[in-house]
Design a protein around this ligand. Structure first.
Ligand code: NAD
Ligand code: USQ
Length: 388
């Protein structure tokens, strides 16, 4: 299959490109390297040492003989999107290419506007170009479990049957996102669903949970292929961040009570989920939603797990409860469905002490590359700022 991976230089996109390439798909990457630019803007970095995309694909070719095409460009540039899609005529387009950090989108007005323009306009360009140039192409779009928020009822996969005043309908599941970033994903979902309805495009919206771990078999096969590992207060996510904190002798920062419960997924399962979606495409006109996570954890449970494994490695972890910089429920009901990808054949890698230990060892090996001053949360949800 010809697969275009938009955002193929990123944390999820790079391992996905390799995973699909090694399985015989013809892979192309579209990325504008903006994620590397945001590190420069904020003084953050990847815990692992990552090579340029040019070096990554050259090394991959040396090692495997497989070519990965690259077209650098910005999805908000409609001409670039149309030309790239027309040139490569993908059968599947995996769309990772968005600004994905909730804290980044809450820094101030300009970061919120940037996030929504970048994400929503990029996705609109993609659906217009698919609809016009390659109408049979399957759009596999990365959404987020955070589109649903934390309702006091079970979360379904995209849709819910509702009975109202004696009548029934199956409707999009209510959305209660918790940041301007998460809101951008809700806007995307609505736009894609509409594109499916009016133009008959086929789309799978993968509502992914928080991704943890770092390497896949392919990215671990050579140092030049190493994947990105975010750990700072803006881009770092719960488990990977706690591991970097424990490995560097910093405090493990639980926000508030820590009862916040989310869906989590190992990066090795992310890449497999994309392949499963690609191999089993949505029908023409279908807007399909899969919840892409494998298990639920509360933030406090994760922090305690890291604390325990770190102790066994003779580290001296300190778990602290910080005033929550976010506006979110810290104790709540959470039960989300996630059977559709399992039905297609996903065999999850569930989180265990061994994985935590391996990640701690990776973080300890790269300790000199950790900047502890970037751990502290520095974005406050509670006050709007014009410009920070
Ligand atoms: P990432 O920031 O590491 O990668 C995103 C890539 O997209 C980057 O390489 C960036 O340069 C590129 N990009 C951003 N805007 C672009 C644009 N306008 N044009 C071209 N390229 C652009 O993020 P990630 O962690 O790999 O996440 C990938 C996707 O998965 C995102 O859509 C994110 O919302 C979603 N997701 C991620 C997680 C997670 O925990 N990492 C969880 C759920 C969903
Ligand atoms: N949290 C802490 N301490 C920390 C960091 C986070 O307690 O040091 C808490 C947060 O308050 C939140 C939870 O952990 O309750 C998750 O936060 P996170 O930063 O790990 O993840 P989040 O902001 O939700 O975003 C990440 C990705 C995003 C993706 C989302 C999936 O950055 O791209 O969409 O996970 S989900 O959470 O399902 O919406």
């Amino acid at each position: 299959m010809r697969v275009l991976v938009a955002g193929g230089d990123g944390f999820c996109g790079w391992p996905t490109a390799l995973y699909l390439s090694v399985r015989g798909h013809e892979v192309f990457i579209a990325d504008n390297m903006s994620r590397r630019g945001w590190d420069e803007e904020l003084g953050t970095n990847s815990l692992t040492r990552i090579s340029t995309l040019e070096d990554r694909v050259a090394r991959w070719k040396e090692l495997t003989g497989r070519e990965i095409g690259v077209a650098a460009g910005d999805l908000t540039d409609e001409r670039y999107v149309y030309e790239t899609i027309d040139r490569w005529r993908p059968e599947a387009l995996v769309h990772f290419a968005e600004q994905r950090a909730a804290p980044y989108s809450m820094i101030d007005r300009s970061h919120a506007v940037f996030t929504q323009v970048n994400n929503v306009v990029g996705t609109l360009n993609v659906i217009f170009a698919i609809g016009e140039v390659v109408p049979d192409c399957h759009l596999i779009k990365l959404g987020t479990m955070g589109e649903y928020g934390t309702p006091n009822i079970d979360i379904e996969e995209g849709y819910i049957e509702i009975e109202h005043n004696g009548r029934k309908d199956t409707l999009p599941y209510p959305k209660q996102p918790g940041s301007f970033y998460h809101l951008s994903k809700v806007h995307d979902s609505h736009n894609i669903m509409f594109g499916c309805k009016v133009w008959g495009i086929r789309a799978t919206d993968l509502n992914q949970g928080v991704v943890y771990n770092v390497e896949t078999e392919e990215t671990a096969s050579d140092p030049v292929l190493t994947n990105r590992y975010d750990y700072d207060g803006i881009f770092g996510t719960a488990l990977n961040r706690f591991i970097a904190q424990a490995a560097s002798g910093s405090e493990i920062t639980v926000y508030g009570e820590g009862g916040q419960t989310r869906g989590f997924i190992d990066i090795r399962d992310t890449v497999r989920c994309i392949e499963l979606a690609a191999n089993n495409p949505a029908e023409r006109g279908e807007f399909r939603v899969f919840n892409q996570f494998t298990e639920q954890w509360s933030v406090l449970q994760l922090a305690r797990l890291v604390e325990k494994v770190a102790r066994a490695l003779d580290l001296d972890p300190k778990l602290v409860h910080l005033d929550n910089p976010r506006v979110e429920q810290e104790a709540h009901y959470y039960k989300a469905a996630n059977t559709r990808l399992m039905d297609l054949g996903l065999k999850p890698h569930l989180l265990d002490e061994e994985t935590v230990e391996r990640l701690l060892l990776t973080a300890m090996e790269n300790r000199d590359h950790i900047h502890p001053e970037t751990f502290a949360p520095r974005v406050d949800w509670r006050r709007p700022h014009y410009n920070k």
